[in-house]
Design a binder for this molecule. Structure first.
Ligand SMILES: NC(=O)c1ccc[n+]([C@@H]2O[C@H](COP(=O)([O-])OP(=O)(O)OC[C@H]3O[C@@H](n4cnc5c(N)ncnc54)[C@H](OP(=O)(O)O)[C@@H]3O)[C@@H](O)[C@H]2O)c1
Length: 273
């Protein structure tokens, strides 16, 4: 079965299930993304700061898949929010990826502790990049409501935020839904920690699937865009094999009850990087 698409407010679409490559070395990224493309992923999530855009680009080039059939996201790092720096950053990312445009360009963090409101300047630059065709759609990551409210001009199409069963971001998800901004879940498996939860194990057993497949299914049924990462070929494949079963209302409710406010990454309001 094909991957559902989420339609952005700008009319473009994103495959709801993608492949993340944070903490994947540049040379490891090529075989991992090749495997992902081989098993059917068409949406890849990287970032300048991951240091693997070249490795991802190699896999894209090797795949022979038509550009229009791929959805590639990369992100602007925090130290490049000034307009001239942002332009250099997107040009460098495109060169490393070997592409003339990305499908989605994100401001990686608001980074207000270190760089004040420079993210607003970055947002203005991103709108220029979109107008020039360097990025088809533009969005943000790790933005809270106050950061969204401060943006001028175009509205971001998506906010990529930490979101997994033990950290569910219910309030922020409501804010994003009200604003017509898609929600994308990073660390969707809780960096593998949520896989150990007994409720997840029980639900996975009920379907004869892995805990990761059960969690990915929960994200899909919630309406999140979801980008699990793995460098293990069998996991890359099984994490994509999530369209042959559906969680029941009871199972969705049971996972919805697991929120513990268990944040694993930085808090966008206090992060000092
Ligand atoms: N915007 C942001 O600030 C931000 C921050 C963090 C992440 N992200 C994005 O979100 C993506 C996903 O998040 P993440 O990488 O932090 O964590 P994740 O996808 O929640 O978890 C990845 C971990 O789970 C393991 N794993 C994956 N599938 C598994 C399976 N089927 N069974 C058992 N273990 C499994 C992986 O191990 P192996 O790799 O060893 O198989 C890895 O240790 C990133 O790669 C990145 O693209 C964005």
């Amino acid at each position: 079965m094909s991957v559902p698409q989420i339609t952005f407010h700008d009319g473009k679409q994103i495959p709801q299930l993608g492949f993340g490559v944070w903490q994947v070395e540049n040379d490891q990224a090529t075989p991992a993304v090749e495997k992902a493309l081989e098993v059917g992923y068409r949406h890849i999530d990287t970032a300048a700061i991951y240091g693997n855009e070249e490795g991802v680009g190699k896999a894209i080039a090797n795949s022979g898949i038509a550009r229009e059939d791929l959805f590639i996201t990369t992100k602007l790092w925090n130290d490049a929010h000034k307009a001239a720096d942002a332009r250099k950053a997107i040009e460098t990312s495109l060169e490393k990826l070997g592409l003339d445009h990305v499908d989605l360009y994100l401001i990686h963090w608001p980074a207000t502790v270190k760089y004040g409101d420079a993210y607003i300047e970055a947002w203005n630059a991103m709108q220029e990049f979109q107008a020039e065709g360097l990025a088809t759609s533009i969005g943000v990551s790790n933005f809270h409501e106050q950061h969204l409210s401060a943006l001028e001009g175009a509205k971001p199409v998506i906010d990529q935020v930490e979101l997994h069963p033990t950290f569910q971001q219910s309030e922020l998800r409501s804010v994003l839904a009200e604003r017509g901004i898609a929600t994308e879940a990073w660390s969707p498996l809780g960096q593998s920690k949520d896989l150990q939860h007994e409720v997840i194990a029980r639900i996975a057993d009920e379907h004869g699937v892995s805990p990761a497949q059960a969690i990915i299914r929960w994200h899909l049924q919630l309406g999140n865009v979801v980008i699990p990462k793995s460098v293990t070929p069998e996991r890359i494949a099984s994490n994509f094999d999530v369209f042959g079963f559906e969680l029941t209302g009871e199972q969705m409710d049971a996972i919805n009850a697991l929120d513990e406010g268990n944040r694993l990454g930085g808090n966008p309001d206090t992060a000092d990087f």
